[in-house]
Design a protein around this ligand. Structure first.
Ligand code: NDP
Ligand code: 2IT
Length: 454
């Protein structure tokens, strides 16, 4: 069995991918994430035989463990409901497992393995001591009452509490998991374990949360975008920005882009996108925050409130001319055709707020066209970075001010940008995909080498 899994001398990308696909059938998102990574890292591994000899890539693509469990809960009508949940503990070489929980009907093991794999290198790039993990459930929070979400979260945590801990595995939010869900999950953990520790991040401010965690992913993404533009003597000020999504990441990407003088003209959800040619200013964004964070409504309501905008049902925003595109909804939301449309309309920067929002041939189209392309594992690392800062504050039993946390976030994004530049190939324009993958890889791989055969 072992001999079959770890084929000797099978180091070329194609051969490596064939083996990976064979070992992990029916996991297309996981295959996609690994392929994007291996395409750039394999040449580096071949130049550094110590990694090849220790089978680092084979070991890195096999999670440490996966926990799969049933979540039984009762809806408001008294019906018994059943969901499946997972926690993928991918790699803890440089710190306790760390990564979000996603609640969405499209969640599968493949999706969580792709997210957990990406998280290993993203967390490494932050410079903080965090390993990679991801979890979630195919539970659909849409249309559920607060009581139903609470019962689901409590049931989920009853099992999950056996497998996580402040020094073991520290989950946070992701799609469908925000402040409400983290609060229910934390409350149940505290009750079961009878201990108050920083076992989750994204907590409410009264019980160990960090200032700026809510804003961190969107803000960090725009800081990264600004870092890329500054390097070529430009800035986001005055630029037209197309954003997808209307959730946590999208809202705070729009907020920071607007603060820095850009004009965000689109937002979206799974029913379509809005286009506001006058820009989504602070007042309009306050409406979106209330709509999405409090009332849990649909983005189409925006055009009823602001008639200068239009709603485009069932479409993504990429047909709207823009210089900067910031995808903040979900994976594979920019196809090759979308990329071609963006390029035809003159896009200069694509900065990924979501995880793997661009399909692989779309990424290649952007790179070939010389677009400044900020890959997710670098560009959206601000969220998990401030999660790491929340863990630090919990361990120190103190709270940093908003300015202190925001300043640390800026520094971390700047440092991630610098690492990408350093590990790009150095020929002409920076290749941030290669830079992020190699910089993220080295720290984890060197830790694994130091541990020997584990
Ligand atoms: P939210 O649940 O807050 O918002 C998600 C948004 O994306 C909603 O507008 C949602 O629309 C839309 N969306 C979700 N799934 C789909 C889909 N299949 N098709 C079309 N639209 C979809 O999630 P977040 O903002 O937290 O996460 C967005 C992305 O950012 C994800 O890729 C996540 O992994 C990534 N990310 C999140 C971080 C965080 O700290 N939260 C950190 C780093 C990355 P609808 O409401 O209609 O479903
Ligand atoms: O994809 C991500 O980086 C997140 N969902 C945030 C993870 C975290 O632990 O804050």
């Amino acid at each position: 069995m072992v001999a079959e899994m770890w084929v000797e001398n099978c180091q070329e990308t194609e051969c490596f991918m064939n083996g990976l696909v064979k070992r992990n059938p029916g996991q297309p998102e996981f295959h996609q994430a690994v392929k994007e990574f291996v395409l750039t890292v394999m040449p580096y591994v071949k130049q550094n035989p110590q990694y090849q000899q220790a089978q680092i890539l084979e070991r890195l693509t096999e999670p440490d463990r996966i926990i799969i469990y049933r979540v039984t809960w009762q809806d408001d009508d008294g019906n018994i409901r059943v969901n499946r949940a997972w926690r993928v503990q991918f790699n803890n070489s440089i710190g306790p497992y760390k990564g979000g929980l996603r609640f969405h009907p499209t969640v599968t093991l493949s999706v969580l393995k792709f997210l957990g794999f990406e998280q290993i290198f993203k967390n490494s790039l932050t410079g903080l001591p965090m390993g990679g993990g991801k979890g979630g459930s195919n539970f659909n929070p849409k249309g559920k009452s607060d009581s139903e979400v609470m019962r689901f979260c409590q049931s989920m945590m009853t099992e999950l509490s056996h497998h996580i801990g402040q020094h073991t595995d520290v989950p946070a939010g992701d799609i469908g998991v925000g402040a409400r869900e983290i609060s229910y999950l934390f409350g149940q953990y505290k009750r079961i374990q009878n201990e108050f520790t920083g076992v989750l991040t994204g907590k409410g401010l009264p019980f160990g949360g960090s200032l700026v965690r809510t804003e961190a992913t969107g803000y960090g993404c725009v800081y990264f975008c600004e870092n890329m533009l500054n390097l070529v003597g430009d800035s986001i000020r005055g630029k037209t920005v197309a954003v997808s999504g209307a959730g946590n990441v999208a809202i705070y990407a729009v907020e920071k882009a607007t603060e820095l003088g850009a004009q965000a003209v689109t937002m979206s959800d799974s029913s379509g996108f809005i286009h506001d040619p006058d820009g989504i200013d602070a007042e309009k964004l306050a409406f979106v925050k209330d709509l999405k964070e409090v009332r849990r409504g649909r983005i189409s309501e925006y055009v009823e409130k602001f008639p200068g905008a239009t709603f485009h049902a069932g479409q993504r925003p990429w047909s709207v001319p823009c210089e900067v595109a910031i995808p903040c909804a979900t994976q594979n939301e920019i196809s090759l055709d979308d990329a071609k449309t963006l390029l035809a309309n003159g896009v200069k920067v694509v900065c990924e707020g979501a995880n793997m929002p661009t399909e692989l041939d779309g990424v290649n189209a952007f790179l070939e066209a010389g677009v400044l392309f900020g890959p997710a594992k670098a560009a959206n690392a601000g969220g998990v970075a401030v999660s790491g800062l929340e863990q630090s504050q919990n361990a120190l039993r103190l709270t940093w001010t908003r300015n202190e946390v925001d300043e640390k976030l800026r520094e971390i994004m700047e440092e991630i940008h610098a690492k990408c530049v350093r590990h790009s190939d150095g020929n002409g324009q920076v290749n941030y995909v290669r830079g992020a993958n190699i910089a993220g890889f080295i720290k984890v791989a060197d830790a694994m080498l130091a541990y020997g055969a584990v």
